[in-house]
Write a protein that binds this ligand. Structure first.
Ligand code: BG6
Length: 485
């Protein structure tokens, strides 16, 4: 059994991720009694601040949230905090953390900092002796920008930490409905016999955002939608849809199955670039009733980076041979929506005659992850009433209405990081990404990027507030399907 962490050391504690996600998540874990007795919160960043000043900043940030602060919980939470102003990329900086960790055996080091600092911070933590055999390190994406750089980062981390000590976050895995995909597939008997190329026609995964890139362009311009979203969140969703049943929920059982899927992804070729993928970049437009600037205006100059990507992925194995997976993600789309659609094959023969042919639509399992959570299965029914010339049909959704789960006093949607922090504290790596998983995902994504550059495939413009370039519709239509919007 991995040791339970006795402290978190949060690097980048004054940053955006810490303020918006990590501090509230830790507070909610404390409120729900999930932080172990004596668990310390050691916050660190370069800024020179006293613990009192940091505690006050944290109190203000947390009280501005809609949930408000509970006095007793806050008193307990604030009592756990120490702030250390330090440059953790140097050994001397890392040394200054030691008094706050005196007596701690299993610190959880969370790097909420620029990935360019990962290697330096790990090196200085090791040199200063902050790491212990039971210490853990938690990292945010991106781990590298391609296979070679991710390999380098992983190798350097591996010099300081064993793989079991490294927790790579993909925050999508902390989302309740993403975990629900596992429950849906493996806690019900009736999906599994249908979950293959005999019954499923194709799969669509859409992650649409209304937000633009804005001030994040220095990072984003180097990555683009392929590396920022598809390499990680979308491939994780694809893996959870496509993987074989793991023997149990042990970290390696689940991760082994995901790696097998990634290895089975068919490599993109130069020919596939134009045939099976589309890149887009937003131009000025209107999103949610407000005018929005184009990407190049935000960026301040011309750019060849895509803010939209749609592509067809193929999984070459027995279960999925011949079933296309259409993936689509973009910034400045008309709505924020993350949806997985499993479309089943049409009935082999209709007994209902000519009139009903127009009514028929294939069954679809629609898994909405954001903004509302819902799982629905569309089923064909008889349209009520009297008709002449044959029965008329209609498609109706059988819905789990997960929205109701979040109704009622005290009910709230959890931040994905609550689950991930709790698991990292207890050393459960099931929802974290293993080294070979990251590297296999990069291997495939590198193939797509190489195919694009060999074929000279540039982003096509699309107006902010639209569903991407027209080529995205043509792409899926070429294979006889349509986006399920
Ligand atoms: C991040 C990406 O990983 O995920 C962002 O870097 C993106 O560009 C974000 O906006 C989306 O996360 P969510 O949880 O809002 O869907």
């Amino acid at each position: 059994m991995p040791a339970t962490a006795d402290a978190i050391v949060l690097f980048g504690a004054t940053g955006d991720l810490a303020r918006r996600m990590l501090l509230p998540s830790l507070y909610f874990l404390d409120a729900d009694g999930f932080l172990p007795e004596g668990f310390r919160l050691v916050f660190t960043a370069r800024a020179e601040l006293s613990t009192e000043a940091f505690v006050e900043q944290t109190r203000q940030a947390l009280s501005a949230r809609p949930e408000g602060l509970d006095d007793a919980v806050w008193a307990r939470f604030a009592g756990r905090i120490t702030y250390v102003g330090a440059d953790a990329t140097t050994r001397e900086g890392a040394e200054t953390l030691k008094p706050a960790l005196d007596g701690c055996k299993a610190p959880l080091c969370f790097l909420a900092v620029s990935p360019s600092l990962f290697e330096k911070i790990c090196g200085s933590l090791a040199a200063a002796g902050v790491t212990t055999p039971d210490a853990r390190i938690v990292l945010e994406k991106p781990i590298g920008r391609d296979l070679a750089t991710s390999h380098h980062v992983n190798a350097t981390l591996g010099e300081v930490f064993a793989e079991e000590q490294i927790f790579r976050i993909d925050h999508y895995l902390g989302k309740e409905t993403v975990q629900n995909l596992i429950a849906l597939r493996f806690a019900n008997t009736f999906f599994e016999p249908l979950w293959n190329n005999l019954t499923i026609d194709h799969v669509q995964i859409t992650v649409a955002e209304t937000e633009g890139v804005g001030a994040r362009w220095p990072y984003y311009d180097e990555y683009g939608a392929l590396r920022d979203m598809l390499q990680n969140h979308m491939l994780q969703l694809l893996c959870l849809v496509a993987m074989e049943p793991p023997a149990d929920m042990e970290p390696d059982s689940v991760r082994n199955e995901k790696v097998k899927v990634l290895r089975s992804l068919r490599r993109f070729t130069r020919m596939d670039a134009a045939d099976k993928s589309v890149r887009g970049q937003y131009t000025p437009g209107v999103v949610s009733g407000k005018t929005a600037e184009g990407y190049e205006t935000e960026r301040g100059k011309k750019s060849g980076t895509e803010t939209f990507v749609a592509l067809r992925a193929d999984i070459d194995n027995w279960r999925w041979a011949g079933v296309p997976f259409f993936l689509r993600t973009g910034k400045r789309m008309p709505e924020k929506r993350t949806t997985v659609v499993i479309q089943f094959k049409p009935v082999p023969h209709s007994i209902f005659g000519q009139a009903s042919l127009m009514d028929m639509s294939p069954n679809r399992l629609v898994i909405d992850l954001q903004p509302d959570e819902d799982i629905s299965l569309t089923l064909m029914n008889k349209a009520p009433g009297l008709t002449q010339g044959g029965m008329r049909l209609q498609s109706l959704p059988l819905s789990l209405s997960l929205l109701k789960t979040y109704e009622g006093p005290g009910a709230r949607r959890r931040i994905a990081y609550e689950r991930l922090l709790l698991d990292a504290i207890h050393g459960d790596a099931t929802l974290f990404v293993r080294r070979d998983e990251v590297e296999e995902a990069w291997r495939w994504v590198d193939g797509v990027a190489d195919a694009w550059s060999e074929a000279g495939l540039h982003p096509r413009p699309y107006a902010a507030g639209s569903w991407g370039p027209s080529g995205a519709f043509a792409l899926i239509e070429r294979f006889g399907k349509a986006w399920s919007d």
